[in-house]
Design a protein around this ligand. Structure first.
Ligand code: M6R
Length: 366
């Protein structure tokens, strides 16, 4: 069942080119961001949406945080993202013209299900779920559904579910933008082409595994790690930190790089590894100046970037590059190396990678 892989997590990481390709298959066949991808009456539901409210837990929540950047910049709709267990217990403001989006790999997470029920009790009728398990509770309770086609995910650490959620959310973004007249044909064709090329770009990132594994050996003895990113890559830093703590038990925290000097910089010394997600986007120069602050304090840096960005490598600054910057879908590609880093760090520490202590695959209790 595992084939050439040592763990389900490693197998699932490597299945991502296929999982992403399957998840966008219907879109590629349609050749356009058509509302029907989300259900028969989706055009009617989505056309007059005034904002998007995303509810989820864990990794699915980080997929939502990533999507917020896309929804506001491409669909030009206000978007909030909230942890389901928080939303369900507060007196939330409800605008029934907002779209409630729940994201759940299992479709059975109790907090997400209860958050959806609560949203409905507040008068929300426009509900959409992004889910990996057909006919599970959350999609059954939602008006619209987009199924990710990652296939069964067995490792407790979510990997292929995350990247397929991201492409589903990008598809939702572009569909909303198109329905609301904010995406012209040229832009639509460019986004579809970018999605079509994504499985290949993910494969290139997977090919970096041997290099990432070398880094992991330096990580394994550490007690703490800091992850930094900016903009749409900040949620990838959060996801990287979650993966690392979940399976290697190394304490990890993620910060938007601009926040460093507002507190976490005090933690940085020679014993604190700092992982930086720094693709060649509009924020690269900002990230570079942030990491000078780390360098000046003796911190060891592990930078994930693209081929065309210039980073001075040194004893203190290690760099791994993906072959090219893939534009707006860059966070999907950069999810791969942080998964690999966590996996190999856990391997080096000898933890139970697929079944980390204290955790369950599907959290159906409060
Ligand atoms: O099945 P769901 O997507 O609703 O699960 C949500 C979280 O429990 C899940 O993503 C969890 O954080 C993962 N173990 C992270 O790897």
């Amino acid at each position: 069942e595992l084939g050439p892989y040592r763990h389900f997590m490693q197998k699932e990481i490597h299945e991502q080119p296929r999982a992403v390709a399957d998840t966008i298959e219907a879109l590629i066949d349609a050749g356009a961001f058509v509302a029907e991808l989300f259900g028969d009456d989706a055009a009617e539901v989505l056309r007059d949406v005034e904002g998007v409210q995303i509810l989820a837990c864990g990794t699915s929540y980080y997929a939502g945080l990533t999507a917020r950047y896309w929804i506001e910049s491409i669909a030009k709709l206000p978007c909030t993202v909230e942890i389901a267990s928080e939303y369900r217990y507060r007196e939330a403001f409800a605008n029934p013209k907002n779209l409630i989006v729940t994201i759940s790999q299992s479709g059975e997470t109790l907090d997400t299900m209860e958050a959806l029920k609560y949203a409905k009790s507040l008068g929300h009728t426009k509900t959409l779920s992004i889910c990996n398990v057909p006919e599970s509770a959350i999609p059954r309770a939602s008006r619209l559904v987009y199924y990710t086609r990652a296939g069964a995910e067995i490792g407790v650490a979510s990997t292929k579910a995350f990247t397929t959620q991201l492409v589903a959310l990008f598809t939702l973004t572009c569909t909303l933008a198109r329905l609301q007249g904010r995406l012209d044909e040229t832009q639509e064709a460019a986004h579809i082409d970018a999605l079509r090329q994504l499985p290949g770009s993910i494969q290139h990132a997977l090919n970096l595994e041997p290099q990432v594994a070398v880094w992991s050996d330096r990580f394994a003895p550490k007690q703490h790690a800091l992850f930094l990113g900016r903009g749409v890559h900040y949620p990838i830093a959060l996801e990287g930190a979650l993966k690392l703590k979940e399976i290697s038990y190394i304490h990890a925290e993620a910060y938007p790089a601009g926040e460093l000097k507002h507190g976490p910089l005090a933690l940085v010394d020679e014993s604190m590894p700092v992982v930086v997600i720094a693709p060649n986007d509009a924020l690269l120069e900002k990230v570079k100046s942030n990491i000078q602050e780390v360098r000046a304090r003796g911190g060891e840096m592990f930078v994930f970037t693209d081929a065309d960005s210039h980073f001075g490598e040194s004893e203190q600054v290690h760099v791994i590059r993906t072959p090219r910057h893939v534009g707006v879908l860059s966070p999907v590609v950069h999810a791969i190396p942080v998964q690999l880093l966590a996996y190999h760090a856990a391997l080096a520490r000898g933890t139970d990678v697929d079944k980390p202590r204290n955790l369950a695959k599907s959290v159906t209790v409060e």
